[in-house]
Design a binder for this molecule. Structure first.
Ligand code: NAD
Length: 520
């Protein structure tokens, strides 16, 4: 768009980073700068090793951040450091994506500012456990009030409580009276693990505005950034309250389906019905559909639980107790499901893990991400640690050791000895002499792995611990958790070496040379 030449995205996280990269990719004439207070994070965005793992993201960041040579259709022709080919249809593009810690310069030079900072649940004070902690967002708005030039369009990208656009307007009015700023709501619906795909082909883009003529103009300016790659029919302009609430409702509805099927899984385990068959049977009903119907360990990640809590708090504040109770049950079932799983493991060992090694395959809250925030694995580990196993071994293809240990220590806070937790970079090593292997995510790497070989490396424990069918069904693409595989608990098969041709061949060679791609 002609009047938006420079964008500042505040918050270089799972949303800010990929969103900025995709906007930059499709708007090569717009400079997109991602601003964060966390210098280490910015350094990593500027390095060859990005701070988050998202399939396809590296390529886009390299193209937009480092610049490249592209052909007429905007496609990358060669690497930027290669000589420009003779052909006339090739030109140099970018760079137009930048990462910085310079708050003043970044904000003061922007025509449009996206707020993509974290909005976790409050842990203390009024509304603790339900209300949204607005500290990061308020801090970013203060910086905007301090440095933004008049007329800069402010866009809420973060998931925020209803009424936040008005809250931002009030702050700006108080700190910069008479200076015009429009505040838009533009919630992000991407899923981690498929962020690039979701950003490239979103089902819809929601833009909420004040509805005033100036608000509509601002909304049009934002829409024109998106129409560079998204059909305008998929861009919905609505009022800011609806827009803010849409995001909470979308997440609440998705999570509700997961809790619904998980509540049924408990009935299935008690009756002999098969939850996979139920999911298939009901999912074929076009009114229900197959998505988000995989029973498993429940949802994790930084969004679902907190957004339901925020919706619950809103209902509470409005005096709608039954509504609040209804939605809070989605979170309650989720907690129950994780506990049920951990208790099942403990029961298998007669509530005594002393001298036992338990291996967790997968630590992130779902596949294809390095994000371990609110991961089911953390809760399961905390429960297991209370029974003092000799070792909790963890392998995850993307998570960083330091972050994993931090999550575990924070969750355990004094209830268990975390010194028995060991992180492995080799999945087979992690499984050696294990008494139980818990497959926590439906990582493709785990599915492709020769599980029998893993089994042959474990100590002998008879009969399967899993109440779930084998082999694992194929996960659905885009499913938030793909949890059917997650409930697998593999008992080592004592007769594996005898019966398994893989294992027999392994007897002649090292198990670790298996040519499975355990991508890092
Ligand atoms: P994140 O924690 O990964 O990133 C937030 C970043 O903001 C951090 O790097 C932090 O240092 C930075 N920050 C905080 N205050 C700042 C300030 N005043 N100035 C500069 N930087 C500041 O968070 P995220 O997962 O990217 O989520 C961001 C928002 O998007 C949240 O509201 C979340 O609910 C929403 N959301 C997240 C997802 C998801 O899958 N992660 C999806 C949709 C929406």
């Amino acid at each position: 768009p002609s009047d938006v030449r420079k964008i500042c995205v505040i918050g270089a996280g799972y949303v800010g980073g990929p969103t900025a990269a995709v906007i930059a990719l499709h708007n090569p004439k717009v400079g997109v700068e991602v601003l964060d207070r966390d210098q280490r994070r910015i350094e990593r965005w500027n390095s060859a090793h990005l701070p988050i793992h998202e399939p396809g993201l590296d390529k886009i960041v390299r193209l937009t951040r480092d610049g490249a040579i592209v052909n007429d259709s905007g496609k990358r022709a060669t690497d930027s450091n290669e000589p420009v080919p003779e052909a006339g249809n090739v030109s140099r593009r970018g760079p137009n994506l930048f990462f910085t810690c310079d708050t003043q310069v970044s904000i003061s030079t922007a025509d449009m500012i996206f707020l993509a900072v974290n909005t976790p649940t409050k842990t203390s004070g009024v509304g603790a456990g339900r209300a949204t902690n607005m500290r990061a967002l308020d801090g970013a708005v203060q910086d905007v009030a301090l440095y933004a030039k008049p007329g800069t369009i402010i866009v809420e990208k973060s998931t925020v409580p209803c009424g936040t656009a008005q809250r931002i307007r009030n702050t700006l009015d108080a700190l910069r009276p008479v200076v015009p700023f429009e505040v838009l709501s533009n919630p992000e619906f991407l899923s981690e693990g498929t962020a690039v795909k979701n950003l490239m082909r979103p089902d819809r883009v929601i833009i909420g505005s004040s509805g005033s003529p100036a608000g509509k103009l601002a909304a049009d300016a934002l829409a024109s950034l998106y129409t560079a790659w998204i059909p305008s029919s998929q861009i919905l302009q609505i009022n800011a309250w609806s827009s803010e609430l849409s995001k909470l409702v979308a997440n609440a509805m998705l999570a509700q389906r997961i809790s619904s099927i998980n509540s049924i899984s408990a009935i299935c385990e008690a009756t002999g019905a098969d939850v996979e068959e139920i999911a298939k049977s009901i999912g074929l009903d076009t009114r229900i559909g197959p998505q988000f119907l995989k029973a498993g360990l429940g949802f994790g990640g930084s969004c679902f639980r907190k957004d339901i809590a925020s919706l619950t708090y809103l209902a509470e504040c409005l005096g709608l107790e039954e509504v609040a109770h209804y939605w809070s049950q989605v979170n309650s079932i989720n907690v129950t499901q994780r506990n049920r799983f951990a208790r099942k493991v403990l029961r298998r060992f007669d509530e005594n893990l002393s001298g036992k090694k338990v291996t967790l395959m997968g630590f992130a809250f779902k596949k294809n991400t390095s994000d371990a925030r609110e991961s089911p694995a953390v809760d399961v580990i905390r429960t297991l640690l209370e029974d003092q196993p000799s070792e909790i071994a963890i392998f995850d293809p993307y998570c960083i050791e330091e972050e994993m240990l931090q999550e575990i220590s924070a969750a355990a806070h004094g209830t268990g000895d975390t010194s028995t937790v060991k992180i492995y970079t080799d999945p087979y090593e992690a499984c050696i002499n294990s008494n139980a292997i818990l497959v926590m995510t439906d990582c493709d790497q785990f599915k492709n792995s020769p599980l029998q070989r893993i089994c042959s490396r474990t100590t002998s424990v008879p009969d399967s611990l899993s109440g779930y069918p084998s082999p694992a069904p194929k996960p659905q693409e885009d499913d938030y958790l793909g949890t059917s595989f997650a409930n697998y608990m593999l008992a080592p098969q004592p007769d594996c070496v005898e019966n398994c041709p893989d294992c027999r061949s392994k007897a002649r060679g090292p198990v670790m040379t298996e040519p499975v791609e355990w991508a890092r």
